[in-house]
Design a protein around this ligand. Structure first.
Ligand SMILES: NC(=O)c1ccc[n+]([C@@H]2O[C@H](COP(=O)([O-])OP(=O)(O)OC[C@H]3O[C@@H](n4cnc5c(N)ncnc54)[C@H](OP(=O)(O)O)[C@@H]3O)[C@@H](O)[C@H]2O)c1
Length: 354
């Protein structure tokens, strides 16, 4: 691969560094980018990659840098604050755009650029990490088996801790409670409501609706009008979520979120190499119609951050090779089986016998 065909923005974050490491291991030479020159210089020296330091405050400045590459892999979040200026720069310079957001309103905003992205001949693909490649591909897989499906349920069991950036991104979504899709519209419900037993690969677990990216992406992929995404919670955590749900409105204060975000930055380090190597994630999805028809399937994948790093190289290579166009989901861009290309992923049509 020739020098700097793509840019890794947010390269010095927890996930950005994992992607840089994968890039080096696969012989890629991305242009490292971010807003902290000192950290970039150090990372650039580690791998022998070039770097560019710039903020996301001004689209013209960003575009000067995106014009240098064919593709941007955006890893700087919360994407609420970072996705839109980078997308506009990529549209201006005809540069493919990938990000790893999981934020529902960020996906919805990206989809608004569909027509202009198609005309420009570039791809805008959000959620090319653990959130949402596996669930999006699984949703496409079960939906294809139930032509008139009205309901899609997704269960995500991600078994390790999170990075500070993920915690801050979740914090940005908490004021909305748990978002679900009903009759094609995104609606919010109090956190902790609607608990249900979800049949994960390792047994059923009580789970509650969460604002997983699929509320935006699986709808775009499958057009199924009723979508709920679940995550397992212990009964104690569900009780806490029920109480906490009443207070999530307080988090509408951006000042309070900034304060909590600063604490998260200082206290959360993300899973270490052992946790990433040993962790596994499992997912379940079921599509159902109104006359008793349904299809379900399961996935087992690498630990979430490990999956995200491995997926980065695959999705970058596919995008550069195939040049899909428009604002797409991973499954729309590359198909329901795409997830099986990510090392360590297995799909099941039935619960395996133990
Ligand atoms: N979809 C998925 O499966 C998936 C997987 C992993 C992560 N993520 C998401 O990716 C994001 C990053 O996660 P992380 O684990 O790498 O977090 P992190 O370690 O906190 O890193 C965040 C990075 O974003 C940069 N950044 C933050 N705000 C910025 C802004 N306004 N302008 C420019 N740069 C900014 C930071 O730069 P500084 O160092 O200068 O502060 C840092 O490089 C989060 O939103 C997380 O939820 C998603």
């Amino acid at each position: 691969m020739r020098d700097a065909r793509w840019m890794l923005y947010g390269a010095t974050g927890y996930t950005g560094q994992l992607v840089a490491e994968q890039a080096a291991a696969h012989g890629h030479r991305p242009l490292l980018a971010g807003r902290d020159e000192t950290k970039l210089r150090e990372l650039g020296r580690r791998y022998g990659f070039k770097y560019a330091a710039f903020t996301l405050d001004d689209v013209t400045t960003i575009a000067r840098h995106t014009a240098e590459v064919e593709l941007v892999y955006h890893a700087a979040g919360p994407f609420t604050y970072t996705a839109d200026p980078m997308i506009r720069a990529c549209l201006a310079t005809h540069t493919h755009y990938l990000d790893i957001t999981g934020e529902i309103h960020v996906f919805e905003n990206t989809f608004r650029y569909d027509e202009v992205a198609s005309k420009t001949g570039i791809a805008l693909i959000g959620g090319v990490g653990f959130d949402v490649i596996p669930s999006d591909c699984l949703a496409a897989y079960v939906a294809a088996q139930v032509p008139h499906a009205r309901t899609l349920e997704i269960g995500v069991q991600a078994l390790t801790q999170v990075s500070a950036g993920t915690a801050r991104s979740v914090l940005e979504m908490l004021p909305q409670g748990a978002q679900v899709r009903r009759d094609g519209r995104i609606v919010s419900q109090p956190l902790g409501r609607g608990a249900k037993d979800i049949p994960y690969l390792n047994g059923a677990q009580r789970s509650i609706p969460v604002s997983w990216g699929d509320i935006a992406t699986a709808y775009r992929t499958t057009r199924i009008p009723n979508i709920t995404a679940y995550m397992p919670f212990s009964s104690r955590a569900i009780a806490l979520a029920n109480v906490g749900g009443a207070f999530t409105g307080l988090l509408r204060s951006a000042g309070l979120r900034r304060l909590i975000g600063a604490v998260l930055d200082r206290t959360i380090t993300g899973p270490d190499a052992d946790a990433r190597a040993q962790g596994r994630s499992t997912l379940w999805a079921r599509a159902s119609d109104e006359i008793g028809g349904s299809a379900e399937a399961w996935l087992e994948t690498a630990e979430g951050y490990e999956f995200t790093a491995r997926a980065a190289i695959v999705v970058i290579e596919r995008t550069l090779a195939e040049s899909p166009t428009g604002a797409l989901t991973p499954a729309l861009a590359f198909g329901a089986d795409f997830v099986l290309e990510i090392d360590g992923t297995t799909r099941y049509d039935h619960l395996p016998r133990v």
